[in-house]
Design a protein around this ligand. Structure first.
Ligand SMILES: [Fe+2]
Ligand SMILES: [Fe+2]
Length: 232
C-alpha cells in the first residue's frame, strides 16, 4: 500500500506542472474519467449553483467561494475517517486502519493547501471587489455546509462516490484558474502578492499570475489524487 506524497514532493510536482508539456502529460490520462451517476449529478448541480450566484466567468470572488467549499470536502474526509477509525479499532483490522490513515494524511495535506488558498485569495478579493453579505459570506457558508455533509455521507456509504465528487469539483476549479490566468495574463503579471501567510507556507510567486498558476497546479493535483486514492 503506497503512502501519500509529503509536502516537499507536492511542491516539487507543483513546480514541474508550470511546464505546459508536463501539465498535459499529467492531466490527460484522467481528463476522460467518468464519475458514477450520483457524484456526477451532485457535481454538476454544485457547479451550476456556483455559476448562478457568481457567474460563469472566473473572478476573485468566485475563487474565494470555491476555496471555502473545497476545504469543506477535506474536512469531511477527516471526520468520516475518524468515524470509521473508531469502528475499525473494535475489529482490529490493521489493513483498513492503514488505508484510513493514508486518507487522513492526504486530507490533512490538502486542507493546509486549501487553507492557504482561502487566506491569500480572501485578501486579494478584498482589494478587487466590494461584495455584499449574500455572495461574500452566506452563499459560500451554505454551499460548504451542504458539501461537507454530502461528502461525509458519501464517504461512509461508498468512498468512491466521495472521491469522484471531489474529482468533479477540483476539475472545475482547475478549469476556472486556467481560464483566469490565460484571460488576464498581462494584468495579473503587473499585480503583486503581499501575503505573510504565503511566505510562511513557503511559496514566493513574483506576481499574481505566478500565484494563480501555482493554485491551478494544486487543483489538478487534487483532482488526480482523488482518483488515484480509489481502491487503495
Ligand atoms: Fe483550492
Ligand atoms: Fe483543490
Amino acid at each position: 500500500m503506497e503512502l501519500i506524497r509529503g509536502n516537499t514532493e507536492l511542491e516539487a510536482l507543483n513546480s514541474k506542472l508550470n511546464d505546459d508539456a508536463e501539465l498535459l502529460a499529467y492531466k490527460k490520462p484522467l481528463d476522460t474519467y467518468r464519475s458514477s451517476l450520483v457524484p456526477r449529478l451532485l457535481g454538476h448541480t454544485l457547479v451550476w449553483c456556483g455559476n448562478v450566484v457568481y457567474g460563469k466567468r472566473p473572478s476573485y470572488l468566485k475563487f474565494r467561494a470555491v476555496e471555502i467549499i473545497a476545504r469543506a470536502h477535506y474536512h469531511s474526509w477527516a471526520s468520516a475517517v475518524y468515524t470509521l477509525h473508531f469502528m475499525t479499532l473494535f475489529y482490529s483490522n490493521e489493513q483498513k486502519a492503514i488505508q484510513l490513515s493514508n486518507t487522513a494524511k492526504y486530507a490533512r495535506l490538502a486542507q493546509d493547501n486549501e487553507t492557504m488558498h482561502v487566506v491569500v485569495i480572501s485578501q486579494l478579493a478584498k482589494r478587487e471587489h466590494k461584495a455584499g453579505f449574500l455572495r461574500n459570506t452566506l452563499a459560500p457558508m451554505l454551499f460548504a455546509f451542504v458539501y461537507f455533509w454530502a461528502s461525509y455521507l458519501l464517504y461512509l456509504i461508498k468512498p468512491r462516490y466521495s472521491y469522484e465528487l471531489n474529482y468533479m469539483f477540483e476539475n472545475h476549479a482547475f478549469e476556472q484558474y486556467n481560464e483566469f490566468i490565460h484571460r488576464h495574463e498581462e494584468s495579473l503579471k503587473k499585480k503583486p502578492v503581499d501575503s505573510p501567510f504565503l511566505v510562511w507556507y513557503g511559496r514566493h510567486p513574483k506576481n499574481q499570475w505566478e500565484f494563480f498558476r501555482s493554485i491551478r497546479n494544486d487543483e489538478i493535483i487534487h483532482r488526480n489524487t482523488s482518483i488515484e486514492e480509489i481502491g487503495k
